[in-house]
Design a protein around this ligand. Structure first.
Ligand SMILES: *Cc1c(COP(=O)(O)O)cnc(C)c1O
Length: 425
């Protein structure tokens, strides 16, 4: 006689306290039964349900010290979830159909001190749309030193191919001069309609090098498109009381690139801009409008959740309120405060040691740049146990020690770190 298999439904219902919807509990119950071990079947099903819950998108505590951590959604974001309609495409003064570019995008243009802007889904789509709208079937000239791969599959030559633009390679890997661009633009065979400057973002060429600046490129007969990537809005950082931090050195900024003569800039919303995943195209109205009218713009447009989050960040910049932009608040924390918090965590948890460490901007920006920080170090690798907490705590391991950098830990989250370290005991 075979043992009667447990009822899937009964097993699923016994897991109701997990809060997961019934169909997911049924999946967990089926998986447990399929595992075939009759003893502790409920415990097994509970583990499957737990794994399902862990796979959901959820807040985590970032103790890695990487401010823009690609695996953790890059810039930290406050989302207020209201179930409201919005005036996404309604002009409230006339009552007529409005434009979804009238809110966040208009503020972004204002921030960049330029004529117009539109928002798309990410930095890669911004570059794709600009090239498709302005250079389809025509030539776009790029320095060979800027034919970069940013990561996550963004490779300039491939994006260019997808856009239908013809890549006109200029200069060499380490040295490109204005004269190289001028001859590429003047050669009718190239049919060059724009020159593209791509920020190298995640790597540097050092030594015997030469680059052409946006200001120099602006002397050419065609528009300059500057893919600055990271989304630093203004090199003067007026939203920070202390002005630009030293670690920002040399990062191209939207406002200054446009002032130097770029016709358009493109950048990500979730890198140094500190907003949601988005791509921004800002600059001359006529060119921005050509992008907005291209059929791809419809396919790449973000929804009101993203535009709303982007608008909040843009308003904070216009108020010069860096404290309200979580990325900049964290990036600007004083080391003395971080050291104090680290001592409080060690005292509260009676675990680990306070140590000086280095945060990094991350997100493929500012390679090799470190920002002084403080945190807690434990002997051994405790990352799995920390990740298993609710909320999960993401830490870093080096030399068989676990490093928790407090710069990237939200102010409200030190208590989670204390509780987790105490539990490691
Ligand atoms: C990051 C980056 C991109 C890609 O932006 P995503 O928002 O990741 O799509 C493109 N160009 C440059 C220069 C970048 O730094």
């Amino acid at each position: 006689m075979s043992v009667r298999p447990p009822s899937v439904d009964a097993l699923a219902r016994s897991l109701a306290d997990t809060g997961l919807p019934h169909p997911l509990l049924v999946d967990a119950a089926r998986a447990a039964i399929a595992d075939g071990r009759s003893e502790d079947i409920e415990e097994l099903a509970r583990r499957h349900a737990h794994a399902a819950a862990r796979s959901l998108l959820q807040p985590v505590v970032n103790a890695t010290g990487v401010l823009l951590h690609t695996n953790l959604g890059r810039a930290p974001l406050a989302v207020d979830a209201g179930a409201d309609y919005t005036n996404l495409e309604l002009d409230l003064s006339s009552g007529r159909r409005g434009s979804r570019h009238a809110h966040a995008a208009a503020l972004l243009a204002r921030l960049c001190d330029t004529e117009d802007a539109i928002v798309v889904n990410n930095g890669a789509s911004a570059v794709l749309l600009v090239l498709a709208a302005l250079a389809n079937g025509r030539g776009a000239a790029v320095s060979r030193g800027e034919l970069v791969e940013i990561g996550g599959g963004f490779r300039v030559p491939e994006v260019m191919e997808q856009s239908g633009a013809k890549l006109v390679e200029v200069g060499t890997t380490n040295r490109t001069r204005l004269a190289d661009f001028a001859s590429a633009v003047e050669n009718p065979a190239n049919d060059t309609v724009l020159v593209l400057k791509v920020h190298q973002s995640n790597y540097r060429i050092v030594g015997f090098t030469e680059h052409v600046t946006v200001a120099e490129m602006a002397s050419l007969a065609v528009p300059v498109v500057a893919d600055i990537g990271s989304g630093l809005v203004d090199a003067a950082c007026p939203w920070l009381d202390e002005g630009p931090p030293s670690w920002l050195a040399g990062e191209p900024a939207a406002r200054q690139s446009l002032a130097a003569g770029a016709a358009l800039v493109t950048f990500s919303g979730d890198k140094l801009f500190g907003g949601p995943q988005a791509g921004i195209i800002a600059g001359r109205a006529e060119l921005v409008q050509r992008c907005a009218r291209h059929p791809l713009a419809r396919a790449l447009r973000p929804g009101s959740l993203v535009l709303n989050a982007l608008q909040q960040v843009a308003l904070a910049y216009l108020r010069r309120d860096g404290e309200a932009i979580e990325f900049w608040r964290m990036a600007s924390l004083a080391t003395s405060d971080l050291e104090r918090r680290a001592h409080a965590v060690v005292e509260g948890s009676e675990a680990g040691k306070v140590e000086k460490m280095a945060s990094v901007p991350g997100g493929g920006t500012l390679p090799g740049i470190e920002i002084d920080s403080w945190g807690v170090v434990l002997d051994g690798d405790h990352t799995a146990a920390l990740r298993a907490r609710t909320p999960p705590i993401i830490a870093r391991v080096s030399e068989d020690r676990t490093w928790l950098d407090l710069r990237t830990v939200g102010l409200e989250d030190d208590r989670h770190v204390v509780a987790a370290l105490k539990a490691l005991g």
